[in-house]
Structures are given as C-alpha cells and as structure tokens.
Design a protein around this ligand. Structure first.
Ligand code: IPE
Ligand code: IPE
Ligand code: MG
Length: 252
C-alpha cells in the first residue's frame, strides 16, 4: 500500500514542491548524432546526467525520483545498442552502488525481470537488498518496464489472490489494486518530466500518472542538470492541481 498521502511538500519559500518526480530520459541518440558521435556515446553521457539528476533531486528534498531507463518496447532496437545499454547499467551499478548506499539512497527497480540477463537480475536484486533500509532518498529505476504489461501483471496477481481465497473480487478497487503493481508502496508521481521535446508518455507509469503534472523540456537528456530540474520545478510550482475539484489543492 501507499506510504502515506501523496502530499507535495512546500519548500522553504512556500513553493509547491513535488514529492515524487518521474522522468522519461529521452534524446541520448539525437544528442550524439548532432555531435557526429555514436549513439553509445549519447547513452554514456546520459549516465552522467543520471548522476547529476540524483544529486540535484536529493539536494532539493525531493523524496522519490523514478527514471525510465529501458522500456519493454526498446527490445526492437538493434542488438548492439541493447547490449551497450545493458553494459552501461552493469557499470553504473558496479561503480555507483556503494556511493548511493553511503548517501542513504534506497534503490527500487520496477519492470519485468524476464528476458533480462541473469547477471543483471542478480545485480538489481543486490542493489535493492543492500539499500532496503535507506531513507534519505528513493531512486526508482524503471528497467524493462512498460505500464500496460505492469497493469496486466497486476491483474494476473489479483486473479491469483482471488483463486487462493486471499481476497474476494468485490474487494478489488483502485486502492487495493495498487498493491499488485510494481510501484506498491511508492507514492504517485506529482511531476512527470520528459526531455528532448517529445510530447508523449511512451507507456510509462500510465496508472500512477493519473494526476501528475507534465513538463516537457526541449533539451536532450545528456544535457540534463540542476538548472533543467529547477526549470521543471518552477513550472510545477505554478500549476494549479485540482484533482477533479474546483479549487487548487496543495495536497494530493
Ligand atoms: C533515451 O534516449 C534512452 C533510451 C530510450 C534507452 P534515446 O536512445 O531514445 O535517444 P533518441 O530519442 O533516439 O534521441
Ligand atoms: C522512452 O523513450 C523510453 C525510455 C526513455 C527508456 P523512447 O525513445 O523509447 O520512446 P519513443 O519510442 O520515442 O516513444
Ligand atoms: Mg528516444
């Protein structure tokens, strides 16, 4: 179940601040090709942007950041690019896990583990287990993630729970269903950022973003830095969230 209400905390200046920021990190390939570089170089630069993003978000007292790192649709890319992306993930976990743990960051992985190489599954499990008790900041990595697959898997788990007699069909509603999603225990994103100027959700967190504010930044992901995060936070601060009501609400 959810960890408490989905309440965006106001910062020191009384600005509306998101508790959870979800990011579609897009534009690595275009960033590289505009520089006459390989797509691999773009993904490498994207990892540096991940490091800047985590630091900037934690410094700004954001509690959760979810990063879309590999979608269930990305399997259609050339095998060599998929292999590069997986190698970068391996290297990121090998190089950064100890530091992230030292910084008090809890890591959670969402997405299907099928088709993912065994050594990566082990690394992801280890990252989650090592950081399980950390509370300063939550880094959620969406890897081999697709929202429709997540919702279908959740429906399957709910059906299995009914078959086992653990719940009754009439117990299933939009609150109880959430515990079957990969994001069980994680509050809904308040702010969804997509870089690279694309204005679409690409099968990311369809359930969870029901009331997220969307900010589309024109810059490519490898250029993401604290200033780009602040731009998105500034836009978020001016949004009037109504949640179906008639007056803006600071609370979810
Ligand atoms: C985002 O950058 C990274 C992943 C989807 C893994 P892209 O690789 O999609 O870059 P563009 O969109 O082709 O520029
Ligand atoms: C979304 O980006 C997936 C990730 C950022 C991992 P894509 O580049 O795959 O999305 P589309 O294909 O342009 O919609
Ligand atoms: Mg893309």
């Amino acid at each position: 179940m959810r960890e408490g209400a989905n309440t965006p905390a106001p910062d020191g200046a009384g600005q509306q601040r998101p508790r959870h920021v979800a990011i579609i990190m897009d534009g690595n390939g275009r960033w590289a090709s505009e520089r006459g570089m390989s797509r691999t170089k773009g993904h490498q630069a994207g990892v540096e942007a991940v490091r800047r993003c985590v630091k900037a978000a934690a410094d700004r007292d954001i509690e959760y950041v979810t990063l879309f790192s590999f979608s269930s649709e990305n399997w259609v890319r050339p095998q060599s690019e998929i292999a590069d992306l997986f190698s970068l993930l391996r290297r990121f976990i090998r190089k950064d896990l100890a530091e992230l743990h030292k910084e008090g960051i809890r890591i959670r992985i969402i997405g299907r583990r099928d088709k993912v190489p065994d050594d990566i599954v082990r690394m992801l499990d280890e990252a989650e287990a090592l950081t399980r008790d950390n509370t300063r900041f939550n880094l959620v990595i969406a890897f081999n993630y697709g929202a429709r697959a997540e919702i279908a898997d959740a429906a399957k788990r709910a059906a299995e729970a009914v078959l086992k007699g653990a719940i009754r069909p009439q117990d299933i509603d939009e609150n109880s269903f959430e515990r079957f999603l990969d994001t069980d225990g994680i509050p809904d994103p308040d702010l969804l950022i997509r870089t690279s100027g694309e204005h679409r959700i690409s099968n990311f967190l369809l359930w969870q973003c029901a009331y997220a504010e969307f900010v589309f930044l024109p810059g490519y992901w490898p250029d993401f830095d604290a200033a780009m995060l602040d731009e998105a936070l500034g836009e978020y601060a001016n949004r009037k969230r109504r949640f179906g009501g008639i007056a803006a609400r600071a609370e979810g």
